[in-house]
Design a protein around this ligand. Structure first.
Ligand code: ZN
Length: 286
């Protein structure tokens, strides 16, 4: 923070507001800048001190990973069932990890998990936590299509979309009161944002662009991002969940196609349909 500029600006603040305000800001600054102990860092007490909007928007990578982990525990314990086949999981992790170095936030510790659910969907929370449904794995034709979905979800993490959406939802629901959010409210909000709330059009376009660039850098065929979306659009009107919480798909296809035409990459990996089917064989047999 530029303290000098802040001080000049804040002479307009009535002093009875300014001094308590600056004390809290300094206290929070110290909390956030102090080297963290090696044990798990519980950032929630900081949230409970107030100024939650500032906290969610300035959250450090480490705090974000901790929050993603807690939301994951909540999801796995009561909202989703993980698909446990080790080979399919290893395969999805391998494809995901290939993309990490070429993603926009390569330093996060990414966690890719398969959810036992036949609806065609995928989602991400924060701090590197990406989830893909078994229904989507079955619907994809090849590895490049799977990579396009994982790349898109990593794009949401790259843009910190879930954090921003949690922040916005908390404000809309009047949760950001002086007494602060408690642990259960924060986790509920995280789960709600991950599972139920549609992403905004703007975030979808941004995640597509980020995902597309990642695919190109890794060497996957970018055209498969378009092919897979077109395939989903042709499915019956009740349609895949992926499209209902990742809206505006027709426009997105056009935009992706435009981007590919303007900046073509020569990536052609991940097009072997047979090899893909073999990799998820256990799932297809179940
Ligand atoms: Zn999305």
């Amino acid at each position: 923070m530029n303290w000098k500029r802040f001080a000049v600006k804040s002479r307009f603040f009535p002093s009875r507001w300014f001094y308590p305000l600056i004390t809290v800001i300094v206290a929070l600054g110290i909390c956030l800048n102090t080297p963290l102990p090696s044990r798990a860092f519980d950032w929630l007490p900081i949230l409970q001190q107030g100024f939650q909007a500032i906290q969610l928007s300035n959250i450090s990578d480490r705090q974000e990973v901790e929050l993603g982990k807690q939301i994951n525990q909540q999801l796995v314990s009561s909202n989703i069932k993980l698909y446990r086949d080790p080979e399919v999981n290893r395969y999805v992790q391998q494809v995901g990890q290939r993309l990490v170095a070429d993603s926009d936030r390569p330093n996060l510790p990414y966690t890719f998990q398969v959810v036992q659910d036949n609806s065609i969907n995928a989602f991400a929370t924060m701090g590197g936590y990406v989830y893909v449904h078994t229904g989507l794995l079955k619907a994809a034709d090849n590895e490049a299509q799977l990579a396009s979905v994982l790349g898109h979800e990593m794009g949401h993490i790259g843009g910190r979309h879930a954090i921003k959406q949690m922040q916005q939802t908390a404000i809309e629901n009047g949760l950001l009161t002086a007494s602060g959010l408690n642990r259960s409210q924060v986790l509920q909000l995280g789960v709600q944002v991950a599972r139920n709330l549609p992403r905004s059009r703007k975030n979808e376009f941004e995640a597509d662009q980020r995902g597309l660039r990642t695919l190109g850098r890794t060497g996957y065929a970018q055209s498969e991002m378009v092919s897979f979306m077109k395939k989903l659009l042709k499915l019956p009107a009740a349609g895949p969940a992926f499209l209902s919480n990742h809206p505006a798909t027709g426009d997105r296809v056009a935009e992706l196609q435009r981007e590919i035409n303007q900046r073509p990459t020569n990536g052609s990996q991940g097009l072997n349909d047979g090899a893909y089917k073999t990799s998820i064989q256990a799932l297809l047999n179940s």
